[in-house]
Design a protein around this ligand. Structure first.
Ligand code: FES
Length: 410
């Protein structure tokens, strides 16, 4: 390789003779280490221990405090429940979520919630989850009525792929958040400020009105203190906007252009389906490579009827669903507009699930017979799974009577 080649590959070879010498000494030094090592059998496996710490199957937590953020939003501070065996919290990548498992009047359900605190906070011994009460929300109504300081919670380890990766992403991040989709960005912003991530975040945050803005004072204070690392722009869709420095309307291409240097950025989106539909159309104007746009899969689709390709004529129907799970076989009703996982949970099955949006594959099941509609926006199944009839019940909807074989939860 000549000097030109070296320059092109940006490789500097400092000393080949030193490397060669080190290599020649390798077997001698390894032999010495073997001789010094204990002859007792190794009873621990540090690699496995580390892997279990980082990826626990479940974590037992306890509510330490609750803070009201807005009229409909609360932040729950969770610490390890040592009595149930969780002595420390799993570290995570900012943007990841926890899947909570909650028993609501005998029905076991799971929901993913983004971790709103930073990885450093996990090392200090706590996570924060900010949860918005949904209108007629089955789980959130239960949480509002029952969760208090001292309540015990069960969660998964940190999960999900919505995080900054320095090998893939630009150091300039444009975050686009809608409503409670702000929560992973709080974690990312804090991680940037704490130097866990070497990046800069410009955040466009859309809300319907001032009262719905979450973390207003906190994020404004961060922006003021660390302007070189974090900037936030509020966009309110209500008619009258009195908050200083807010944009009025929606997150359009013009607003993105006005506040961000999109050409050098990676774009991270998190919010409700309606925001994705709008913002993704606006982003088309920038002709960005797909890999530059990351999108949080944020739980189940609320309105399957509005998805492309959904057969509208079946929307009112209810079907029969035969479920095999372990030794159990049962026939249950399944509404056409409801995911198979919801139908099973209502019938008091506890199928495995984490992301509830077709992404993690944890609920992967075999469709023995019948037809389902698979949400085309979140169909991340492998080609072989599609070919051999495997589906993700969290993002599949019945189009006929069906029979399904579901794995048991661990
Ligand atoms: S729960 Fe993640 S794919 Fe179904």
């Amino acid at each position: 390789m000549n000097q030109e080649d070296n320059k092109r590959l940006d490789v500097t070879i400092k000393s080949t003779s030193r490397d060669l010498l080190a290599f020649m000494k390798l077997s001698t030094s390894r032999k010495k280490r073997f001789e010094k090592a204990s002859s007792e059998p190794i009873t621990t496996d540090p690699m496995n221990e580390l892997a279990t710490k980082l990826h626990p199957i479940r974590q037992f937590l306890i509510i330490k405090s609750i803070k009201n953020e807005t009229k409909s939003t609360k932040t729950f501070k969770l610490i390890p429940n040592k009595d149930l065996g969780t002595t420390e919290l799993a570290y995570f990548r900012p943007g990841q979520y926890l899947s909570l498992k909650v028993n609501v009047n005998g029905t076991e359900i799971t929901r993913p919630y983004s971790i709103a605190s930073s990885p450093n906070d996990a090392l200090k011994g706590f996570y924060e989850l900010t949860i918005r009460k949904e209108e007629a929300g089955f789980l959130t109504s239960y949480i509002w009525d029952h969760w208090e300081v001292g309540t015990q919670i069960e969660s998964s380890g940190p999960e999900g792929f919505f995080y900054f990766d320095r090998l893939r992403d630009s150091k300039q991040i444009v975050g686009i958040a809608g409503g409670s989709g702000i929560t992973p960005f709080r974690s990312i912003a804090k991680a940037i400020i704490e130097n866990t991530i070497d990046a800069k975040l410009t955040l466009l945050y859309g809300s319907s009105n001032e009262d719905d803005i979450i973390y207003y004072d906190e994020l404004k204070a961060l922006e003021k203190k660390y302007p070189e690392k974090f900037k936030i722009i509020y966009i309110l869709s209500c008619e009258v906007v009195s908050l200083e420095g807010c944009e009025q309307g929606f997150i359009t291409a013009d607003i993105i252009r006005k506040h961000c240097n999109i050409d050098n950025s990676s774009i991270f989106l998190c919010g409700p389906q309606i925001m994705y539909n709008f913002v993704e159309k606006e982003l088309e104007q920038f002709n960005l490579a797909l890999r530059r746009i990351r999108r949080e899969a944020f739980g189940e689709v609320k309105d399957v009827v509005g998805l492309p390709g959904y057969p509208q004529e079946l929307a009112e129907k209810s079907f029969k669903m035969i479920v095999h799970m372990g030794e159990l076989t049962e026939e249950i009703p399944a509404l056409a507009t409801e995911s198979l996982i919801v139908a099973m949970e209502r019938a008091k099955f506890a199928p495995p699930s984490k992301c509830r949006s077709g992404e993690c594959g944890f609920c992967r099941s075999q469709l023995i017979s019948g037809e389902v509609f698979v949400n085309p926006i979140s169909d991340w199944r492998r080609a072989a799974d599609k070919k051999y009839g495997y589906i993700h019940p969290c993002s599949s909807y019945p189009l006929s009577d069906i029979e399904i074989k579901v794995p048991k939860d661990q």
